[in-house]
Design a binder for this molecule. Structure first.
Ligand SMILES: Nc1ncnc2c1ncn2[C@@H]1O[C@H](COP(=O)(O)OP(=O)(O)OP(=O)(O)O)[C@@H](O)[C@H]1O
Ligand SMILES: [Mg+2]
Length: 427
């Protein structure tokens, strides 16, 4: 006899429901409708979109997209999550279409920050487009979720200490800035029942140390006054992103050595003090990035709890990044030339080995393309995620005839382009 399944044995799976921009339905109503729909569906759970049932008028009117997330954490070795093993956790949200709101002071000064209302349309799909191995994204999500939970439950910080500072460090172009923004977006969706409002403030550290130094002190004060106001509203979740945080340390050092106006040291110190103050607020998460892997000489990041190294993509990640590029070129018709091209699905890295081992049951053309794609991914060793995402464009530009290109021919050009790009890498 098999063991009874208790509700607490169920696996929690996030289901994200994006509302149409026009929808005015109540979040709770949509959540219940989706829960009922999932219950009726009785299918297995895998990452990806769930079609909105066309006969459900309420859902078709209000819902743009339903998506199952993060099941890969539970399913290893091609196991399948069956519906009765799962407790879906439904998150309903509506994307803000406002876009970045710059702080324009109007007197020709560079803006000191950008602000977004989250979840923002601009960041939709960003999290999914970032590909890392070894569960980096899940780890970040869980860390941040625990930090917010500890705060919410009022855990005494003298007894258990934690902070809400994230530091992503690693070489250029590995997606650190994107990952910070995508993480903020994800958390705004996952925590929207606790924090119905959410903002992301991206501080332009560089612009604070511009030639308008005499104004910088005022700019910092103004910026933090604004952040402080947001934070005081306890239903707000505020993310503060400080990109290339090492520039703060560098500016301070330069000021101390006298090569920068002495004003700058005051500005850096003011900024660091303000951040230090801010980090005690329960509803703030400070996101920082750095290209320097060695310890950064700034006390507040030094104590970051959530530190993660973001490295160049591994073979598997390279294959997946290039695969997503190729699928996009097929979707848009840039690559075509055979009838069923639109429906051509290249297998993911996980099922690639299996496919290569059983060549007889595969479509010869798809198999050939997989091999080429793998070869391209191998040729790209050492390239950053940023270079990889540019490669299909460079490859396409190198083609003799840019229209209706055959995917397989395109891939051969890509391999050459990859080799050329690699040969231009500094040693
Ligand atoms: N692992 C990855 N998976 C998918 N895309 C990636 C990956 N790494 C980088 N990219 C792509 O590269 C682009 C650049 O990323 P981003 O600017 O976030 O990198 P960065 O690490 O902040 O770079 P820098 O250190 O130069 O500031 C992004 O648009 C992203 O799509
Ligand atoms: Mg960056």
């Amino acid at each position: 006899m098999s063991a009874p399944i208790f509700p607490q044995d169920k696996v929690l799976v996030s289901v994200e429901v994006s509302l149409k921009p026009s929808s005015t339905a109540r979040i709770d109503d949509v959540r219940s409708a989706v829960e009922r729909m999932l219950e009726k569906r009785s299918l297995s759970y895998t990452d990806g979109p769930v079609p909105v049932p066309p006969d459900d008028q309420f859902l078709t009117e209000n819902v743009q997209r339903i998506c199952i997330c993060d099941t890969d954490e539970w399913v290893q070795n091609h196991e399948i999550l069956l519906f009765w093993q799962v407790k879906p956790v439904v998150h309903v949200f509506q994307l803000s279409e406002e876009g970045a709101c710059e702080d324009v002071s109007g007197d020709g000064q560079p803006s000191t920050f950008n602000e977004w209302i989250l979840p923002a349309k601009e960041f939709d799909g960003m999290w999914e487009s970032l590909i890392y191995e070894s569960g980096l994204k899940q780890r970040l999500l869980r860390y941040a979720a625990s930090a917010l939970l500890f705060t919410e439950k009022g855990v005494n910080p003298f007894l258990v200490s934690w902070n809400r500072i994230v530091l992503l460090h690693g070489p250029p172009g590995t997606g650190k800035t994107s990952l910070c923004k995508a993480l903020a977006q994800k958390l705004s969706i996952r925590f929207n029942s606790r924090y119905p409002q959410c903002q992301l403030i991206e501080v332009n550290a560089h612009s604070l140390f511009s030639k308008w130094f005499s104004e910088s002190g005022k700019l910092v004060a103004k910026l933090f006054q604004k952040i402080q106001e947001m934070v005081e509203e306890e239903n707000n979740l505020v993310f503060v992103l400080i990109d290339e945080v090492e520039s703060l340390a560098a500016a301070r050092k330069a000021a101390l050595s006298g090569s920068e106006p002495s004003d700058s040291i005051r500005v850096v110190n003011a900024l660091l003090t303000q951040l230090d103050k801010l980090k005690s607020a329960p509803n703030v998460i400070i996101l920082t990035t750095s290209n320097i892997t060695a310890a950064i000489d700034i006390a507040f990041v030094d104590r970051a709890d959530i530190k993660a190294y973001v490295g160049p993509p591994t073979l598997q990640a390279r294959y997946e990044i290039l695969r997503s590029c190729l699928q996009e070129l097929i979707r848009t018709g840039i690559l075509s030339n055979f009838e069923d091209c639109e429906s051509l699905m290249l297998p993911n890295y996980g099922s690639l080995k299996e496919k290569l081992n059983m060549p007889e049951v595969q479509d010869a053309r798809t198999l050939h393309m997989c091999k080429q794609l793998l070869e391209t991914a191998e040729a790209c060793e050492g390239l950053s995620g940023r270079s990889l995402r540019k490669l299909p464009f460079l490859g396409h530009a190198a083609l003799a005839s840019p229209y209706g290109c055959d995917p397989s021919k395109f891939l051969s050009t890509m391999i050459d382009t990859a080799r050329r790009e690699r040969s231009e890498l500094p040693d």
